[in-house]
Structures are given as C-alpha cells and as structure tokens.
Design a protein around this ligand. Structure first.
Ligand SMILES: [Ca+2]
Ligand SMILES: [Ca+2]
Length: 129
C-alpha cells in the first residue's frame, strides 16, 4: 500500500497530538515527503522507535531536546557525527531557543539517513563499476 506525504502528515500529527510528553509544532510537508521516500516499509515501527529514542534522551523531561541531549540521541539512533556536521544540523533544525522538538528531531534524522544512504550509494558505485 502506497502512502502519500499528505496522508502521512495527517497520521503523524494525529499520533504526536496524543502525546503530552513529546512536544512538536506539527510535521511539515517537507519532513513527511522525506519520510515517505525513506520509510515506506516499516513506518509505524520506525516511528515508535524514534519516539522511544526521543523520550529516553529527554533527560529533563522537558518534551524537547537540548543540544547535549540531542548529541546522545544521535548516537542512540546509530549516527556518530563529527562536530562540524553536528553543529550544522543543530543550527538547521533547532528552534530559536536552541531546542529541538519532535518533528524537527524526526526531520533531522531523516536528513541524516538520506545523507548516509547517499554516501553508501556512492561507495557501491565506486566498488562495482
Ligand atoms: Ca517543530
Ligand atoms: Ca529536554
């Protein structure tokens, strides 16, 4: 079953609206489009996985990620980043108060996922041609 970005946006916003412990100002169409491209198979599983990573690393239970919390969360999600990439991502995805809410968190990880899968493709390309 194919799911469109619009449908996904509705679903995601419904799911996170039920949570009082996770803050978000709503998923953007851009984030949802990226998600559709990346996670057409096990979306719901991935979402609950993302929610638990987010909750686990929200050490002060503020409902948002501070930058130090975010650094550990990236690691939990399987990304080891150097400082430059980390700071670029935080600058791009944090709100003006330097916190990252849930939809930004998901958008950020999707972006990483994309960067890493693209570099994987490059590697394959080099090896097999
Ligand atoms: Ca947001
Ligand atoms: Ca927090």
């Amino acid at each position: 079953m194919e799911i469109s970005a619009v449908e996904l946006k509705t679903i995601m916003n419904k799911i996170v609206a039920k949570r009082t412990d996770i803050k978000t100002d709503g998923f953007s169409s851009e984030t949802c489009r990226t998600m559709v491209n990346l996670m057409d198979v096990s979306l719901i599983f991935s979402l609950s996985c993302l929610q638990s990573i987010y909750k686990k690393n929200d050490l002060d239970n503020s409902g948002t990620m501070s930058t130090p919390e975010m650094r550990v969360a990236f690691k939990d999600a399987g990304f080891t980043l150097n400082n430059t990439i980390y700071q670029l991502l935080v600058a791009r995805y944090s709100d003006p108060d330097m916190t990252i809410d849930f939809d930004n968190f998901v958008g950020c990880l999707m972006r990483l996922e994309m960067m890493f899968s693209e570099s994987l493709k490059d590697l394959k390309h080099l090896n097999y041609t």
